[in-house]
Design a binder for this molecule. Structure first.
Ligand code: HEC
Length: 114
């Protein structure tokens, strides 16, 4: 009887864990268009991130221009997915999948300053 109780507890525990995954789906990273830093990447960061990641705030991550965004590109990408670092924008919701895909493509295309 005791073993049965342990089994039930284990099953409840395991199934509850699988519901805790991040909400963002897998992103299709194949792009045909060249992503523009100034027309696509920078406006996205300005819309969703700069309110907390500009000079003078205390997050430690300044995301204002090509140099500092490209230097932190992998970390930023993971934060958009909420994968291994905290999901950003802080407290969610995640930005649109198509914008995350653009960011990924921009990295794959060599983080151009275009
Ligand atoms: C409401 C404020 C806020 C917004 C908006 C925001 N962030 Fe953050 N971000 C934070 C804070 C605060 C931290 C520091 C970690 C913490 O204490 O939560 C942080 C940390 C990070 C980190 C480091 C994560 C880590 O675990 O090392 C990255 C990368 C990041 N933010 C990227 C972004 C990006 C990209 C956006 C826009 C899509 C964004 N943030 C929008 C507040 C914000």
């Amino acid at each position: 009887m005791k073993n049965l109780i342990y089994l039930v507890v284990a099953i409840v525990f395991l199934t509850s864990c699988t519901k805790d995954k991040t909400t963002v789906s897998v992103i299709n990273n194949s792009c045909t268009d060249t992503i523009s830093f100034s027309n696509q990447i920078l406006p996205m960061v300005q819309t969703y991130c700069i309110s907390c990641h500009d000079y003078g705030n205390s997050t430690g991550y300044i995301l204002t221009n090509h140099a500092n965004i490209s230097a932190n590109a992998s970390l930023v990408y993971n934060s958009l997915l909420g994968s291994s670092v905290q999901l950003m924008p802080k407290d969610g919701p995640a930005i649109n999948d198509s914008l995350i895909k653009q960011f990924s493509c921009w990295i794959n295309q060599g983080k151009q300053n275009n």
